[in-house]
Write a protein that binds this ligand. Structure first.
Ligand SMILES: [Cu+2]
Length: 148
């Protein structure tokens, strides 16, 4: 009779511990998935004078290698947005380890390409400055992952 409440208490503690472990694992899985979802290989962006599809040829990007960035621009009617000038700046999220800036060139009507070099493994923020031929300026931001 004396030992029964004791074992119930320890069973209760054991159950609490299992629940706590399950919560920690669950939060960890959600966090991992959200960091992957935040930096997919291809991102889509709408801006006032059109639409952008931004892809990175090999993904995740390779650290200290030239990675081909491709941006397709279309105007609101779906026609290629030609004659824009594009430049990209890479900087690492939550770190001051140096930026990498590069220009993109128009390789086909409305299709722009350039080579980006992440300096370290991790998550990078890429900021695109887009100047249309009508002298409108837009800033488009995406995240990307880089690995060794
Ligand atoms: Cu860094």
């Amino acid at each position: 009779m004396l030992s029964e409440p004791k074992s119930r208490t320890s069973l209760f503690k054991y159950a609490l511990m299992l629940i706590a472990i399950a919560i920690v694992i669950g939060v960890g899985i959600v966090w991992l998935q959200s960091s992957d979802e935040a930096a997919p290989p291809m991102t889509e962006h709408t801006f006032d004078s059109g639409y952008a599809v931004w892809s990175i040829a090999e993904y995740p990007a390779k650290v200290l290698h030239e990675n081909r960035f491709e941006i397709d621009l279309t105007d609101p009617t779906g026609a290629p947005l030609e004659g824009a000038s594009l430049s990209v700046k890479l900087d690492m999220v939550n770190m001051i380890c140096g930026d990498y800036a590069f220009a993109m060139t128009e390789v086909a009507p409305g299709k722009y390409a350039g080579e980006g070099v992440p300096l370290m493994a991790g998550t990078w923020k890429a900021t695109l400055t887009l100047d249309t031929k009508n002298k409108e300026e837009y800033t488009i931001v995406r995240l990307l992952r880089a690995v060794h």
